[in-house]
Design a protein around this ligand. Sequence first.
Ligand code: SAM
Ligand code: FES
Length: 351
Amino acid sequence: CSTDHLLERLYAKESLDSEEIVHLLGQLDQTSRRRLHALANQKRVFHYGTGVYLRGLIEFSNICKQNCMYCGIRSANNTASRYRLRPEEILDCCREGYELGYRTFVLQSGEDDWYTAEKLARLIADIKRRYSDVAVTLSIGERDDETYTRLFEAGADRFLLRHETASRRLYEALHPTMTFENRRDRLRALKAIGYQIGAGFMVGLPGQTLEDLAADLLYLKELNPDMIGIGPFLPHEATPLKDEPAGTLEDTLDMIALARLFVPRALIPATTAMGTAHPYGRELALQAGANVVMPNLSPLSVRPKYTLYNNKICTGDESAQCRFCLEQRIERAGFHVDMGRGDSLNGLAAP
Ligand code: SAM
Ligand code: FES
């Protein structure tokens, strides 16, 4: 089956089987790549137009009890300079973000148990009380059902928990302190509670095959998440994977485009890792089907400490600078900024 034929079928049917995906990925050349990205962009414009949602990202703690092999803030990295923002400091970031026009705050951290369910619930309720028109997205890792429920009841709307890889073999090799089953079980639990959920994966992980990437797409298709985060694996110097090659921009763009075609109504960010992999990585991601950007709202003093991988961008820019720099970049790439809450289209009728 030719690449063109597979792409046309994918566009129409919004799925392919594993063998077809592997065949497609193995055959992609410059011309078919351009076609793939153009089809993904067309699909995104059909569902979302040319708007790009901005989310204010607050990296509130880099303290983590887990030990993911790729991650710069893993617990075994004793060269990391650890920090934890106090709830008042997080509220200050939200105030600044609200004034800059953000209507979604993404609270992200390592798995930091100082932030108990009670402390987090109070914080979320405080944010929602002050800013009734914002959405709160959590990205705090694995917690039990009771905690997830309590945070949802306190007002959290969305939850990002990448599945990281749909390959059990890779997952187990990369996550010595977590299990493949539990990751999937947590995503199911979040969905059942009522959160808009985000899953996603890294591209170019050491040992990752085309079959593994096909499994990622098919897992996403089955889970049907509201949001999908995809970025290249980028090595961090103080991790066991420090000498491994980074995932490539091209491969990651292809996976973003395929994710758009497999789960057309998902919100897909052009990630910071894409901007780190290439100076125009985020713009290229938007042109390949992404429709969200998450500028940093963390205080400048802690930015360089939230280092998941080497050479992370925007660690020295004021929040206002990030906001306007990205707006310009988005417009130059042919899109426009939408400062609305940007909720998931799941559950709404198609256009
Ligand atoms: N602890 C939370 C969790 O596990 O969902 C949120 C924070 S975690 C640092 C956020 C994401 O960063 C992970 O889901 C992972 O995909 C990504 N990440 C971590 N290390 C990375 C690396 N070296 N290269 C690319 N992405 C990385
Ligand atoms: Fe915990 Fe990366 S190992 S956030």
